[in-house]
Design a protein around this ligand. Structure first.
Ligand code: SAM
Length: 244
């Protein structure tokens, strides 16, 4: 069944206003028929089962009649925040797309000591974040998420001094602690999990110890060195396996 996001202000008591590109998508691209059901999501955890109500083609607008409303069942039982070392080229696009499919709710890019990508002028960064946010919305639509993940403005890793919930640093030089051992020791349920993935150049030792002082635990993802765009996805998938 098709699945769209609308902003909450389009949702009224028993109907939803559809305009603009969503009107075009429903009528011209997907050619949804009058009695056909589809799901509209408010991006904040509720899904609305709908069918087409009134259609005013001249104004490219229609109302979707609400048949039922229920909590989005595709969200993880914990908030998953991915702190991602800024990576080169299109890697961030891939990380945001795949991370969205795996249930990430917030992407927080960061610059750290071994980053090859630097936070230069704010304008360029704002443009990148806007593009990444679009990728997150379309990946959320495709994967039928109940929420559109938020892509935050990048931060400097050195500024991170506290976390809410549990925090894991995927550290390539961690030789002792496995993810399994750490997660097994947690008291469940956990409401938020922060994961930190280094850039192509990895984490500096002092960065890891600073993050550990802020309460994060460093874990190994195995004996192989994963690319930065692989590591976050591997960690998300293993957490989903263990906790979802
Ligand atoms: N420059 C590092 C090196 O050559 O050892 C590799 C960094 S790796 C490309 C990028 C990030 O992926 C790391 O900082 C870490 O967060 C994560 N990562 C990759 N392999 C890992 C592993 N086996 N265990 C834990 N984290 C890993």
């Amino acid at each position: 069944m098709h699945h769209f996001f609308v902003s909450p202000d389009q949702i009224h008591r028993d109907k939803i206003e559809i305009v603009g590109e969503d009107f075009h998508h429903i009528i011209d691209v997907l050619r949804i028929q009058n009695q056909e059901k589809f799901v509209i999501c408010d991006g904040d955890g509720s899904d609305y089962l709908c069918k087409i109500g009134e259609q005013i083609s001249s104004e490219k607008r229609l109302t979707a009649q609400i048949l039922d409303v229920y909590p989005s069942e595709s969200e993880l039982p914990y908030r998953l925040v991915l702190y991602q070392g800024l990576a080169k080229g299109k890697k961030m696009d891939e990380i945001i797309q795949k991370g969205t499919e795996l249930g990430v709710s917030d992407f927080i890019p960061f610059e750290s000591q071994f980053c090859v990508v630097h936070l230069k002028e704010a304008k360029a960064i704002k443009k990148k974040v806007a593009r990444w946010q679009k990728i997150a919305k379309s990946a959320a639509q495709q994967s039928k998420r109940g929420r559109i993940p938020q892509v935050h403005l990048p931060i400097f890793l050195s500024k991170l001094d506290k976390f809410h919930g549990k925090s894991l640093i995927a550290y390539e030089n961690e030789k002792k602690r496995s993810l399994k051992e750490v997660v097994q020791q947690w008291e469940h349920p956990v409401d938020q999990i922060n994961i930190l993935i280094g850039p192509e150049g990895g984490f500096a030792e002092e960065e890891v110890s600073t993050l550990e002082k802020a309460g994060a635990e460093s874990v190994s993802l195995g004996k192989r060195i994963l690319r930065t765009e692989t590591a976050g996805m591997a960690l998300c998938a293993q957490l989903n396996y263990a906790l979802e």
